[in-house]
Ligand binder design. Structure first.
Ligand code: ADP
Ligand code: AMP
Length: 212
């Protein structure tokens, strides 16, 4: 099963991708995590992406398409994959189609803008594996430490309130149109993301016809 998670920044894509990975036994592919890793390793890609990411702009499509095509071609994606944070523009969605990367379901996690800032100020992410936590809604077992890998939890630079506001504008201007794109292809499912993490997860599983 090849799945895309759509939604505004902070809608819960990363959180849900992790849960779905465990339940469906297919990998989650987060372009945001891949770019942050590239930045941490100081690669060419990381250097090119840094200024866009820090200021909440989208990274140019050509940088994204190469890394996604390479990743979904890896053997662990043979039975399916979950795309988290990609595609984010019409050009990226069209390129996936042109490359023959088949998508079965697109789930848009719907959360109102007014709820996003609180989620972002409380978000903590693992500096090693990228797992996402929230100080109140989804705290780690030990403060500051990732449950999954023991890595240190950090605050993302682009989660500063003014950058979050800009990222929401970018979402409405460039990414939201993908709901129309996949709606016309008959693949779009909307899920209420303004409920508990477990509730949203159940709704996503039902929306894609998987066992809850
Ligand atoms: P995205 O990947 O869409 O940017 P995340 O999965 O990182 O979003 O979630 C953003 C923040 O909101 C994180 O701190 C996460 O723990 C929290 N969060 C995710 N889902 C929910 C939910 N259903 N209710 C409350 N907080 C949530
Ligand atoms: P995320 O971790 O998904 O919130 O992404 C963090 C940042 O990485 C975004 O604000 C963009 O700067 C960049 N990014 C991640 N995925 C993409 C993408 N598919 N297209 C363009 N930029 C991206």
């Amino acid at each position: 099963m090849n799945l895309i998670l759509l939604g505004a920044p902070g809608a819960g894509k990363g959180t849900q991708a992790e849960l779905l990975t465990q339940k469906l036994s297919i990998p989650a592919i987060s372009t945001g995590n891949m770019l942050r890793e590239a930045m941490a390793n100081g690669t060419e890609l990381g250097k090119k992406a840094k200024k866009f990411m820090d200021e909440g702009y989208l990274v140019p499509d050509e940088l994204i398409l190469g890394i996604v095509a390479d990743r979904v071609a890896m053997p662990d994606c043979a039975n399916g994959f979950i795309l988290d944070g990609v595609p984010r523009t019409l050009a990226q969605a069209e390129a996936l189609e042109e490359k023959g990367i088949k998508i079965d379901h697109v789930v848009s996690i719907e959360v109102d803008d007014s709820e996003i800032e609180g989620r972002m100020t409380g978000r903590r992410v693992c500096s090693k594996c990228g797992a996402s936590y929230h100080v109140a809604a989804n705290p780690p077992r030990a403060e500051g430490v990732c449950d999954a890998c023991g890595g240190a939890l950090i605050v993302r630079k682009d989660d500063a309130p003014e950058t979050v506001r800009h990222r929401l504008e970018v979402y409405h201007a460039s990414t939201e149109v993908l709901k129309d794109f996949y709606g016309k292809l008959g693949r779009l499912r909307l899920v209420n993301g303004s409920q508990s993490i477990e509730g949203a997860n159940e709704d996503i599983l039902k929306a894609i016809g998987a066992k809850v």
